[in-house]
Design a binder for this molecule. Structure first.
Ligand SMILES: *Cc1c(COP(=O)(O)O)cnc(C)c1O
Length: 336
């Protein structure tokens, strides 16, 4: 589906595992599987590794020596980009938005931020919530050019049609694994943030004429805005690959699990993280997958899935972010 003329480099370990969650399958009365894109390799892995194989491939093809990107303070994307840059001998500069209110100084230094430094990021600049991040990245690019370098800008979350190709691939990989195992899945639940993951998957499923229902759990924006964003991205992916386009109804979004906002875990998020850890030794994260898994558990309880239906949870990673939220979790955990 993806022409070999599109540049790609190898950064991760693929295929990632498709694992049946035995205890939760029994508890929920469904066949629950996790697709382990939390284990894509590369300094802790996560979903950005697949996107970066194409994005860094494109950067190298264009002769770049410095990667510029942006994200929230505890961005997993920035950490994976810093890792990819380190491995490929490129410099990396990132702008971090203080998107989450009421965080203390530790939040700026632990988890993914600590790893950015460990991975040798060349510059890490913190800016206030609501800052024009595209303009900040242009400013970084000007700085690089002024010093004689060649910058390459990767948008937040690595979400453009090039990055989303990673999730076209992931979907081909997953549908092949399902076919090999003789499994007919009904649903895939995925976190929907900057949109590239869901967009790539939606584009691939549409092109495959798959009957699997893909549901994106929004962790930031209301349904209408998130739908528009994912649909637009999926349309661009189809255009780039010259495959049949997705229809608007093939982009399904649920926005009921956001809570107070991006990066603020709800009680349901925390409970889902505990359940996944204690029943399946599955490490979720407080910003993305904890909310998507809370959605899955709640939807299962409300009868959204039919008994014994095969449901795939796309685990997109993020566990290092847990360390930035340790104080919030510890009180409950110690109290038990
Ligand atoms: C970035 C990220 C997502 C969201 O993926 P998008 O392609 O940005 O929608 C989900 N989970 C984790 C852990 C992430 O880091």
């Amino acid at each position: 589906m993806i022409p070999s003329s599109i540049p790609r480099i190898e950064l991760g370990c693929f295929p990632t595992q498709l694992e049946r969650l035995n205890t939760l399958s029994k508890d929920l009365g469904i066949e629950l599987y996790v697709k382990h894109d939390d284990q894509t390799g590369l300094a802790g892995g996560g979903n950005k590794v697949r996107k970066l194989e194409y994005l860094i491939g494109d950067a190298l093809a264009k002769g770049a020596d410095t990667i510029i990107t942006q994200g929230a303070v505890q961005s997993n994307h920035v950490r994976q980009t810093a890792a990819a840059a380190a491995k490929m001998g490129l410099k990396c500069r990132a702008v971090l938005e203080r998107r989450i209110p009421n965080t203390d100084i530790r939040f700026d230094q632990t988890g993914n931020v600590f790893l950015n430094h460990l991975l040798g990021i060349a510059a890490l600049r913190f800016v206030a919530s609501g800052t024009d991040m595209a303009a900040e990245m242009e400013q970084e690019a000007d700085h690089v050019r002024a010093e004689g370098g060649t910058p390459y800008i990767i948008p937040g979350g690595g979400s453009n049609s090039i990055g989303a190709l990673g999730y076209v691939n992931a979907t081909l990989e997953l549908t092949q694994q399902l076919a090999d195992a003789g499994l007919e899945a009904s649903h895939i639940i995925v976190t929907s943030g900057s949109s590239g993951t869901q967009a790539g998957m939606a584009a691939a499923l549409a092109a495959l004429k798959s009957s699997i229902q893909l549901l994106g759990i929004s962790i930031r924006q209301p349904k209408a805005a998130q739908h528009a964003k994912v649909y637009e991205e999926a349309r661009k992916v189809a255009e780039l690959l010259n495959i049949p386009p997705v229809t608007p109804d093939q982009v399904q979004i649920n926005d009921q699990y956001i809570g107070e906002g991006y990066g603020i875990p709800t009680s349901g998020t925390k409970k889902a993280i505990r359940i996944a850890a204690q029943k399946e030794a599955l490490l979720l994260d407080p910003v993305y997958t904890g909310k998507a898994f809370a959605a899955l558990l709640d939807l299962a309880e409300k009868g959204y899935f039919k008994p014994r239906e095969i449901v795939i949870f796309m685990h997109t990673g993020g566990a290092f972010g847990l360390f930035a939220y340790e104080p919030e979790f510890m009180a409950d955990l110690i109290r038990g």
